[in-house]
Design a protein around this ligand. Structure first.
Ligand SMILES: [Ca+2]
Ligand SMILES: [Ca+2]
Ligand SMILES: [Ca+2]
Ligand SMILES: [Ca+2]
Length: 380
């Protein structure tokens, strides 16, 4: 996956180039696009031109397997979100905030807590999380969706929504129960030209840094649910290498994942949590000294300067002081293959592990279909 991509701009039927990670787009003539394919032409293209584009892309799939990532260009399918309300506390605003604006693609949604916590206040579609001057400007359009295992807004991230109910973690082999589970379930129909889906997001947690390298971690799963023979089959599509795989990992790369080239067979992997290598930890061994790359000031998840701010003298977590500090993953993106035209459910799942305390949150920005996916989870 890479930052510069050609865009098939649905509605405009014009080709645009993403400029930087801020998500601003510039529509250019084909001659200006250094890596453009030969059949990408000017803004005046008709619908049939864009159809032939996707044909040529699928042809190139079989050729590009052995190519390096840098040579491949994906095409993101960008919907027209004009008039889609994208700021507020309703689910309609949530879906617009993540660019699921196309009614031909978006089939329905619900937001539920499998552990019977009250969802009110755990999600919102917002323009910027924390301070206005921090690094959390939206990646695309005016807003993103936020959800948490506690109260999503404000700076108190030690909120027990429903400490009396819990469940097994269906994707973790550890034996810790999960609490304050929140699931945003979205039913989608992939466009016929789509070969995959891309989700851009940032995980934040009060569990940084005192729980890095520990087993009981809050997790954020992106789950694809498809009809199975007996019951719906759920697959977690977001995982990466681990911060400290000798100390902690969630699972090892299996043959199916290795065949998809999202990891190497037997490699130790981590779900998106404080233990993923993508996390911007603060003082854990090997992390920058009390500083993270992404400025998340005002969110209540900012770095502690010293281990003493979050741990007892024996190194064990001190939740009473550690709850006031945390960190984030920075913006990351996950891509995964989808069958063109397929109907499926996308689930954003966040939970507290082991107890209902030290909340975690996720900002979810653009959810886009892509013509040529490069499966995996990477920083952007
Ligand atoms: Ca957005
Ligand atoms: Ca902390
Ligand atoms: Ca927690
Ligand atoms: Ca909680």
């Amino acid at each position: 996956m890479k930052l510069t991509a050609n865009y098939n701009y649905i509605g405009m039927i014009a080709y645009c180039i993403l400029v930087g990670v801020g998500g601003s787009m510039a529509c250019v003539d084909a001659d200006d696009s250094a890596n453009s394919e030969t059949d990408i032409s000017s803004d005046a293209d008709s619908d049939s031109d864009s159809d032939s584009d996707s044909d040529s892309d699928s042809d190139s799939d079989s050729d590009s397997d052995s190519d390096s990532d840098t040579d491949t260009e994906e095409q993101l399918i960008i919907p027209d979100c004009d008039g889609c309300p994208s700021v507020g506390a309703s689910l309609e605003e949530m879906r617009c905030a993540v660019e699921l604006c196309d009614d031909a693609v978006f089939l329905g949604q619900e937001y539920k807590s499998p552990t019977n916590a009250d969802p009110a206040g755990t999600y919102a579609a917002i323009e910027q999380y924390g301070d206005a001057a921090n690094d959390l400007a939206p990646v695309m359009n005016d807003s993103y969706a936020a959800m948490a295992s506690g109260t999503v807004l404000g700076t108190d991230h030690d909120v027990k929504l429903n400490p009396d109910d819990s469940m097994e973690d269906p994707f973790s082999s550890d034996e810790f129960k999960i609490f304050d589970v929140m699931e945003w379930r979205i039913d989608l129909r992939a466009p016929v030209e789509a070969g995959g889906i891309q989700i851009t997001y940032m995980f934040l947690s009060a569990e940084f840094d005192e729980f890095v390298g520990k087993a009981f971690n809050d997790k954020f799963y992106i789950i694809i649910e498809r009809e199975g023979i007996i019951h719906p089959e759920r697959t977690v599509i977001n995982f990466a290498q681990c911060r400290d795989p000798d100390v902690y990992y969630d699972f090892e790369c299996d043959e199916e994942q290795a065949e998809m080239e999202v990891c190497e067979l037997g490699e130790r992997l981590c779900y998106v949590a404080v233990n993923t290598s993508l996390s911007e930890c603060c003082w854990y061994d090997g992390c920058p000294d009390g500083q993270a790359t992404t400025d998340i000031s005002g969110t209540g998840f900012s770095c502690a300067a010293n281990p003493e701010d979050e741990t007892f003298s024996n190194g064990e977590p001190n939740m009473e002081t550690g709850k006031n500090y945390g960190s984030a993953s920075g913006w990351i993106a996950t891509e995964w293959p989808i069958t063109p035209g397929e109907t499926f459910r996308l689930i954003f799942h966040i939970h507290d592990t082991s107890d209902a305390r030290l909340d975690s949150a996720v900002l979810i920005d653009r959810v886009l279909f892509v013509v040529d996916p490069e499966s995996g989870t990477v920083p952007i």
